[in-house]
Design a protein around this ligand. Structure first.
Ligand SMILES: CC(=O)N[C@@H](CC(=O)O)C(=O)O
Ligand SMILES: [Zn+2]
Length: 317
């Protein structure tokens, strides 16, 4: 990327991948990717090579999140550079293979864009996950998608955080995009969730086609929710959970939570209130997969990011 004040230029996005089954029990992405592996017409765009790919086939087969360890945390430099061997956890070996095919992570040879399709048990709607506030290409794409699906909404979760950021499968690409759609139980397919994932992907691929054709995208601003903190369930001294998400908070992803608002309901009926400073916007509320990560929900803060004028580099010649 070249940045000239407010101008961002990129090479064409020729190589695009769509990942499903990074978590083997999140059925929308698995089903869509399998459909597209059989017949890719729907995801074909002029001048773009789009590769649908099942990232964790053994977890998909077992319909479980992972086999040995969470694949969507496995793309650390340490794992990717570990000497390959049979004793490595399955997902670490798989991360190395994926890095070979779609990366290497951080190199010019890496895929341009990777969409990673996820489902959540939380009421997050159709959420786009952005890893860097400086990724103007992704910001422009997200702006385009938001406009295209209006009046439906499509919140953007920015996971850039000094401690809470994790090493995702999609992070091997130059422009990683997570798509998180819910609520949907693990192992279950719901038609409404399936359809909204499909529609967002259609607009995303349309954007890439238009961009490659040389369309110029003027500066724009994008409202995002930046990850702020993670909140665990109240626990006893043995580490057992002793409360549930409060009914006032359950399903209220992206809605403001203010100091003093109910947060958890103890098993004895008492209410635990939010005691932070200022308004936060909780999300991933009561996500099933996060019980093992000691996480009841994450808090976010609202922010507006600005994306510069965006077009292909060859237009400058
Ligand atoms: C529920 C779930 O799996 N969420 C994803 C979010 C992401 O892809 O960034 C994860 O924890 O890996
Ligand atoms: Zn997932």
């Amino acid at each position: 990327m070249t940045s000239i004040s407010n101008v961002s230029c990129f090479n064409e996005a020729r190589r695009v991948a769509i990942f499903g089954g990074t978590h083997g029990n999140e059925m929308s992405g698995i089903t869509l990717v399998n459909l597209w592996i059989k017949n890719g017409k729907e995801i074909q765009r002029k001048g773009v090579e789009t590769k649908p790919f099942i990232t964790n086939p053994r977890a998909v087969e077992k319909c479980t999140r992972y086999v040995d360890t969470d694949l969507n945390r496995a793309f650390t430099t340490e794992n990717l550079s570990a000497p390959s061997g049979d004793d490595l956890p399955y997902e670490v070996k798989r991360a190395q293979q994926i890095n070979e095919i779609f990366g290497p992570k951080g190199s010019p040879d890496a895929y341009d864009v990777i969409f990673d399709l996820h489902n959540t048990t939380s009421n997050m709607g159709c959420t786009l996950i952005l890893e860097s506030s400086k990724d103007h290409f992704n910001l422009q794409m997200m702006h385009y998608i938001k406009k295209a699906i209006a009046p439906d909404s499509c919140p953007v979760l920015l996971t850039e955080h000094p401690l809470l950021k994790y090493s995702t499968s999609r992070s091997v690409a130059k422009h990683p995009i997570g798509l998180e759609v819910g609520p949907q139980p693990q192992g279950v397919l719901r038609s409404n969730i399936f359809e909204s994932m499909r529609v967002v992907l259609k607009h995303a691929l349309d954007f890439i086609e238009l961009f490659n054709e040389g369309l110029e995208f003027p500066p724009c601003s994008v409202d995002v929710f930046r990850v702020w903190d993670k909140m665990d369930y109240p626990r006893d001294t043995n580490g057992n959970i002793i409360a549930m998400v409060h009914p006032n908070l359950q399903d209220c992803d992206w809605e403001p939570l203010n100091p003093g608002d109910p947060m958890f309901q103890m098993f004895d009926g008492t209410t635990v209130r939010y005691e932070g400073v200022g308004t936060v916007y909780p999300t991933f509320i009561n996500e099933a997969a996060y019980y093992e990560k000691q996480q009841a929900f994450v808090t976010t803060r609202r922010e507006t990011l600005v994306a510069g004028n965006c077009f292909i580099l060859s237009l400058l010649d």
